[in-house]
Design a protein around this ligand. Structure first.
Ligand SMILES: Nc1nc2c(ncn2[C@@H]2O[C@H](COP(=O)(O)OP(=O)(O)OP(=O)(O)O)[C@@H](O)[C@H]2O)c(=O)[nH]1
Ligand SMILES: [Mg+2]
Length: 291
């Protein structure tokens, strides 16, 4: 894994291919590195750990594309890859051999959720594989998936590694663009979060309210707003100002990574430490921001 980590560190953009077992990830990976013979070979060898990067150059950037194992049993292995390879872009692969089925839509959501949990800063692309096996007739995949693509904010591309069909250059350029824009967004979010602690001094309810509004207006998620406010509400003598954030926020916390427990603990801990309680009525005023 050390060699893989070194390659990932040197790359400008790291891309991870994910998707169900036998959906064609490894063949896409071979196709991307122009190993057309391996891509066209019908032999199926399930992947467990493929530490070899597919290195590509796009403009002045280098990309590393990493293959992964599809079955659920390998979730922990993928989790490790997301973090240690510093994944910027996740390509969720869906085999088009039966067109797009309701099962495919459910599985896409599962893969997107896994990616967002493991690597919240990564951008996501959806890739239809095995386009040579796509049944004739019926709506095309982007039309069938249009609602889902809007909901997930993902782009769509399709290829056949076996028959060398699909826009390889377009895929590489989409991966690069997604990686670069995701990194810029991560830097912007980190700068915003860092700016909040200073902006809250001295801590007043009106300032906390204004900071909350400003953070939501810039598109940070509820948990990022929460983290920024809590770090900004630490007083110089180490006491935490308790932020009573309103029910919509708490509900959102429950949905996002079990943060309700952390929230409750900080409220209780803050009260025990003699902190000041600030009730953020602004969040009750506009719960639609929490969606
Ligand atoms: N017809 C056709 N078959 C394909 C294509 N891509 C992959 N296959 C076949 O599908 C099977 C699985 O492909 P893999 O690329 O190994 O699948 P995978 O997603 O890497 O599977 P895991 O490593 O188990 O997660 C192989 O038998 C491939 O030959 C394609 O574009 N067209
Ligand atoms: Mg594989």
């Amino acid at each position: 894994m050390e060699a893989a980590k070194t390659a990932a560190k040197a790359a400008d953009v790291n891309v991870l291919l994910v998707g169900d077992g036998a959906c064609g990830k490894t063949k896409v990976w071979e196709w991307l590195r122009s190993n057309l013979q391996a891509a066209a070979d019908d032999k199926y060898v399930p992947t467990v750990m493929n530490e070899e990067p597919c290195q590509l150059r796009e403009g002045s950037e280098t990309l590393c594309v990493w293959d992964s194992a599809g079955p659920d049993d390998y979730a922990r292995l993928r989790e490790m890859m997301y973090a240690s390879l510093r994944i910027d872009v996740v390509v969720v692969c869906i085999a088009l051999r039966d067109g797009i089925t309701p099962h495919d839509k459910a599985r896409i959501k599962v893969w997107v959720l896994e990616a967002r949990e493991a690597r919240p800063s990564a951008r996501i692309l959806l890739l239809g594989t095995m386009s040579d096996l796509q049944p004739a007739g019926g709506a095309d995949p982007p039309t069938q998936l249009s609602g889902l693509l809007d909901e997930l904010g993902c782009g769509w591309l399709e290829v056949s590694a076996k028959t060398d069909q699909g826009d390889r250059a377009g895929l590489v350029s989409a991966m690069r663009a997604a990686g670069i824009s995701g990194q810029a967004e991560a830097v912007r979010r980190a700068a915003l979060r860092d700016a909040i602690p200073a902006a809250l001094r001295p801590i007043r309810a009106s300032k906390v309210l204004a900071a909350t509004d400003a953070l939501f207006d810039t598109g940070l998620t509820a948990s990022e707003v929460y983290d920024a406010l809590l770090s900004g509400c630490e007083t110089d003598d180490g006491r935490q100002v308790v932020t009573g954030l309103g029910m919509p926020f708490v509900q959102r916390m429950r949905a996002s990574r079990g943060m309700l427990g952390a929230y409750t603990a900080s409220v209780v801990g803050g009260i025990a430490a003699g902190g000041v309680c600030v009730l953020l009525l602004g969040l009750l005023r506009s719960p639609e921001r929490l969606k």
